[in-house]
Write a protein that binds this ligand. Structure first.
Ligand SMILES: CC(C)(COP(=O)(O)OP(=O)(O)OC[C@H]1O[C@@H](n2cnc3c(N)ncnc32)[C@H](O)[C@@H]1OP(=O)(O)O)[C@@H](O)C(=O)NCCC(=O)NCCS
Length: 164
């Protein structure tokens, strides 16, 4: 029997309750701190991944200057099954078709999985903001943890870029 295919569809109002819960579990909530600013990623445009009739992943994105977009959140509920890859592939496809020249994403020093994931998909490190997470914790989002589940201190922002 063939495995179910992952389908990627635009984020719709019906998806928001699920997306808000998933963001709370995976990424500390829909309010994301990066670039010294707190944003509600569910006010951004988004994509939802579906597998076997279930929502299994979310990607949100926003304009980021001329011909650039920022990937503002990405999560997969089911890991290692191609959900993240399918979401990024659809973002890249849509962005390319819209004349976008680059996609940027911010992650944090502790998130080794995300750092590997993005680099394997062609993103390159573009900027290090040392101490940026510590600053956000002090100023705009006190609920950011001090230590990640893998034991690493959460301190710095790393921005990656994918030229299209
Ligand atoms: C980062 C994240 C989104 C990746 O999502 P994912 O769905 O697990 O990613 P994929 O399954 O597409 O790829 C992960 C690995 O699984 C492998 N894989 C993909 N499909 C597979 C399949 N059908 N069978 C076996 N392995 C598979 C891929 O080869 C990939 O390995 P690689 O990176 O060495 O190429 C996910 O780890 C996550 O949600 N993390 C928590 C939230 C987070 O940190 N988000 C990023 C914030 S910036």
């Amino acid at each position: 029997m063939r495995p179910d295919r992952i389908a990627v569809r635009p984020l719709e109002p019906d998806d928001v309750a699920w997306a808000s819960d998933a963001l709370a579990v995976e990424l500390g909530g829909r309010l994301q701190a990066r670039r010294s600013e707190l944003i509600d990623v569910l006010e951004d445009q988004g994509l939802v991944a579906w597998l076997a009739g279930r929502r299994v992943g979310l990607l949100t994105h926003r304009p980021d200057g001329p011909a650039r977009i920022e990937l503002s959140a990405l999560l997969a509920v089911d890991r290692g099954r191609g959900v993240g890859t399918a979401l990024v592939a659809e973002l890249v496809r849509g962005a390319g078709a819209a004349g976008i020249r680059a996609i940027r994403v911010t992650t944090t020093n502790d998130n080794l999985t995300a750092l590997a994931f993005y680099q394997r998909r062609g993103f390159r490190l573009a900027e290090l903001r040392a101490g940026a997470v510590d600053a956000s914790r002090r100023t705009i989002k006190p609920t950011i943890g001090e230590v990640a589940a893998n034991g690493l201190p959460i301190r710095d922002e790393l921005e990656l870029a994918l030229p299209l």
